[in-house]
Design a protein around this ligand. Structure first.
Ligand SMILES: [Ca+2]
Length: 103
C-alpha cells in the first residue's frame, strides 16, 4: 500500500472518530438538562463554563440547604433578589460564640 493511501485512511479514520465523538456529545447533551458546554474560549469577562460547579450545603446548620456556586475552586453564594434574578456573592463565616448556660 502506498504511503498516500495510508495517510488517506488515517485521515478518514480521524474524521470519522471526530464526527462520532461530536455526535455522541450532542446526543448525550440533548438528554441532560443541566449539561455544561465544554469550551475553552468565551468572550472576555465571562466565566469558563466547565470551571463552574453548583452544589448545595447547609452552611449555617439551620437544616435548610443554600445554593453554592464554585468557580475555579472558590465557593460563592448563588442567591436570587426580590425579582427572582440570580446573583453571586462572596461570604465569610462569623466565629462561633460560646455562651455559658445559666444555672
Ligand atoms: Ca442553611
Amino acid at each position: 500500500m502506498k504511503d498516500e493511501d495510508k495517510e488517506f485512511i488515517v485521515s478518514v479514520g480521524k474524521g470519522f472518530g471526530t464526527v462520532t465523538v461530536l455526535g455522541l456529545s450532542l446526543l448525550i447533551g440533548s438528554y441532560l438538562p443541566n449539561s455544561i458546554p465544554i469550551v475553552d474560549k468565551v468572550q472576555n469577562g465571562y466565566a469558563i463554563p466547565y470551571k463552574i460547579k453548583i452544589r448545595t450545603d447547609d452552611l449555617d446548620k439551620n437544616g435548610i440547604e443554600e445554593t453554592l456556586f464554585n468557580y475555579k475552586g472558590e465557593d460563592y453564594l448563588l442567591r436570587v433578589d426580590e425579582q427572582d434574578r440570580p446573583y453571586i456573592s462572596t461570604y465569610e463565616f462569623k466565629p462561633a460564640e460560646i455562651l455559658e448556660k445559666k444555672k
